[in-house]
Design a protein around this ligand. Structure first.
Ligand SMILES: C[S@@+](CC[C@H](N)C(=O)[O-])C[C@H]1O[C@@H](n2cnc3c(N)ncnc32)[C@H](O)[C@@H]1O
Length: 441
């Protein structure tokens, strides 16, 4: 099967079943024998079409008598794919974009191939006019151009201002780099870079994070021998910064209350040089299995995996831990580059999050011993899930204080105050909030 046909099938699956793109890609790509070029094009088409969904439908609606909402999924996806190639992919000729889309239409919905052909040819003919978003209202303009729910654009303009919001929207459309974390228990970063290069994988050191490597053309990771040997794991820089900020000493007792799939747990366990214990908890059985498989692959013996609901108090853990991490469930609005469908979340879906986060934080705090450290982190940029949760927590917990973050140099405006606000448009990383608190009495 060729790249476009695979992309078509994955996009239909995402549309029909509201799947996340990365999961749908993993599912469909798993047993396919595809060369890197086809894999690259299929991935580009899938992410590109998902993240520009509203914009592409806006173009369809300009040209089609039948509005995009009324079209069959098959026809809508084919049109979105064709228009995406014409509007965004300079490396693909208009001729190829139309012909390849029409031949897919002939295979999957022959009756509509003429209609699809006509629409795509019209896009090419009137390109300048058609591809323009001509909407006066600023919120609706941005929401259409960048394909976001209008409520989110409004929220960001109120919180960050127009200029910052447009910068953020641009940054969220960029393809994020892939980073890996060296398993320093098994290999040094330099040695790993050499081995990656020998395997034709381009690898570059990341400044200031000693174990981090940026990689290019690392495809089909699960089948990579170096990965199977446990020499590295995939993790974004922002996520690695959480472990760095915790900076646990060897032989410590650490609790990670929301730990699956285990990125930060395994980083922390490695930073402790496989000594002490990291108690790694999550509420879902199937997710605990993911932690176990990474722990085993990396050769860690200091991780204890437990099923536990972090929204409930655990009497047995009170006052016990040197370090506690609450990497809470959140809206994910900092990682839109990796999971574009997060853009389409409804406001109502997110309204309970601050309460859930606060409950988990309160319970996590009870497990910290006097003098111990509590880290609260999210992969969102929403203030109401981040600093507001911390400020409210501090008002009711005078035995905790924010402490300056000295381990990294990322957000110089805030890190002395005890937290980091990381944004894709400013730092070029996933959007995260990381705060460091100390139990002082
Ligand atoms: C942001 S993710 C954690 C990512 C993880 N720390 C890592 O670095 O790989 C949040 C996790 O919280 C878990 N979770 C959600 N509600 C929970 C609860 N009430 N108790 C424990 N875990 C929960 C989810 O299953 C999810 O794995």
């Amino acid at each position: 099967m060729k790249a476009r046909e695979i992309a078509f099938k994955v996009l239909c699956d995402i549309e029909e079943n509201s799947n996340y793109s990365n999961m749908a890609i993993n599912k469909h790509f798993k047993n396919l024998d595809m060369n890197n070029q086809d894999r690259g094009l299929a991935t580009e088409l899938i992410y590109g079409v998902v993240e520009n969904k509203y914009y592409l439908d806006y173009i369809i609606d300009k040209l089609s008598k039948i509005k995009s909402q009324k079209l069959s999924i098959c026809v809508k996806i084919l049109l979105r794919m064709g228009i995406y190639q014409i509007a965004f992919l300079d490396s693909i000729s208009d001729y190829a974009a139309v012909n390849e889309t029409v031949s897919l239409a002939k295979k999957y919905d022959n009756r509509s191939s003429g209609f699809i052909n006509a629409i795509l040819r019209n896009v090419i003919r009137k390109r300048e006019d058609i591809l323009n978003v001509d909407i006066d209202d600023k919120v609706m303009y941005l929401s259409t151009k960048y394909s976001y729910k209008p409520w989110l654009i409004k929220n960001w303009i109120v919180n960050f201002g127009e200029e910052f919001t447009e910068d953020l929207l641009e940054a969220n459309n960029e393809r994020p780099s892939i980073y890996i974390r060296t398993n320093t228990l098994k290999i040094s970063r330099d040695e790993l870079i050499n081995k990656l290069n020998e395997n034709d994988i381009k690898a570059y050191k990341v400044p200031n994070i000693e174990e981090a490597i940026r990689v290019e053309n690392l495809k089909n990771i699960e089948n990579n021998d170096l990965f199977k040997q446990g020499l590295f794991t995939i993790q974004d820089i922002s996520s690695m910064i959480v472990g760095k900020v915790m900076n646990p000493t060897e032989k410590s007792l650490v609790l990670d209350v929301c730990s699956a799939p285990g990125g930060k747990t395994t980083h922390i366990a490695t930073l402790m040089n496989n000594t002490g214990t990291v108690v790694s908890r999550d509420i879902f059985d199937h997710k605990l299995k993911l932690i176990k498989s990474t722990v085993d692959r990396l050769g860690l013996t200091n991780v204890q995996i437990e099923k536990q609901d972090a929204s409930l108090e655990d009497e047995n853990s009170v006052d016990k831990f040197d370090y506690v991490l609450a990497d809470v469930p959140c809206s994910g609005l900092g990682i839109i580059r990796r999971k574009p469908e997060i853009k389409f979340k409804e406001k109502a879906e997110l309204k309970d999050l601050p309460n859930i986060q606060r409950t988990i934080l309160d319970n996590a705090a009870k497990c910290v011993k006097v003098g111990g450290i509590l880290i609260y982190s999210t992969c969102t940029i929403q203030e109401n899930e981040n600093i507001n949760v911390i400020n409210e927590f501090l008002q009711e917990n005078e035995n905790f204080e924010l402490v300056p973050i000295k381990e990294v140099n990322v957000d110089l405006d805030n890190q002395d105050k005890g937290y980091l606000k990381i944004y894709p448009n400013i730092h070029g990383m996933d959007g995260f909030f990381i705060s460091k608190l100390k139990r002082v009495r």
